[in-house]
Ligand binder design. Structure first.
Ligand SMILES: [Zn+2]
Ligand SMILES: [Zn+2]
Length: 181
C-alpha cells in the first residue's frame, strides 16, 4: 500500500505542451506560434503575437502569466549577463519603438534553435529594412529594399556583436531608426 516514487505523476508532473501552451494571445486572442527558450531556465515558452503583444508560459506553472514575458524568457533587460542581441530585442519591443517582432518558424541555420524573430522597419530615404535576429546565438540578417523600382540588396548575415559586423551594425541601425510619422 505504500506510495512509490513513481506515484507522483497525476497533477504534479510537467504538462506536455507539445508545440506550445494551449492558449492564445492575452490581448487579442489570436493563436500563437510558441518557441521554447533555454536561456530563461525552466523551459519557458515565448510567443510574440501578430498584434505585437508578447506572451510567456512556464511548463511547471501553466496558469502563471508573467507581467514581463520577454524578461521571463530571457531575464531582466538590465542584467549585465544578457547578450547584446537579447537587450536589443527587449529594448525595441517596448517604449518608444514598439517593434512588432514576429516569430520566424524555421530553425536558425547557425544554432538550430527556433527563437528567431523578424521585423520590417522604415529607414531614412524611404528605404524599408528587413531584420532577422536569432535570440539564441545572435545571428543577424539585414536586408534593405527601396520603394521605386523594387531595388533590393542581397541580405547580409553575421553574428559578431563586439565589435559589430556589417550585418549587426545594419540591423541595429534599422531597428533603432526613428518610427515614421
Ligand atoms: Zn494579439
Ligand atoms: Zn541561432
Amino acid at each position: 500500500m505504500a506510495a512509490t516514487e513513481d506515484d507522483d505523476g497525476a497533477g504534479l508532473g510537467e504538462p506536455d505542451f507539445g508545440v506550445g501552451p494551449p492558449c492564445g494571445c492575452p490581448a487579442c486572442g489570436a493563436p500563437l506560434h510558441w518557441s521554447q527558450t533555454e536561456e530563461g531556465g525552466n523551459g519557458c515558452w515565448l510567443a510574440i503575437c501578430t498584434c505585437g503583444r508578447p506572451a510567456a508560459r512556464f511548463p511547471r506553472r501553466p496558469d502563471y502569466e508573467p507581467d514581463d514575458p520577454i524578461a521571463a524568457a530571457f531575464g531582466s533587460p538590465r542584467a549585465p549577463a544578457r547578450p547584446p542581441w537579447v537587450r536589443v530585442f527587449q529594448m525595441t519591443s517596448g517604449y518608444p519603438w514598439w517593434l512588432p517582432w514576429r516569430h520566424v518558424l524555421r530553425r536558425c541555420p547557425g544554432c538550430g534553435q527556433s527563437v528567431t524573430f523578424a521585423v520590417w522597419t522604415t529607414m531614412p530615404g524611404r528605404r524599408t529594412a528587413y531584420s532577422e535576429l536569432c535570440l539564441s546565438c545572435g545571428r543577424a540578417t539585414s536586408e534593405h529594399l527601396w520603394p521605386r523600382g523594387g531595388m533590393r540588396e542581397a541580405p547580409v548575415t553575421g553574428n559578431e556583436w563586439t565589435p559589430p559586423c556589417v550585418a549587426v551594425a545594419r540591423l541595429r541601425r534599422a531597428v533603432f531608426a526613428p518610427p515614421p510619422d
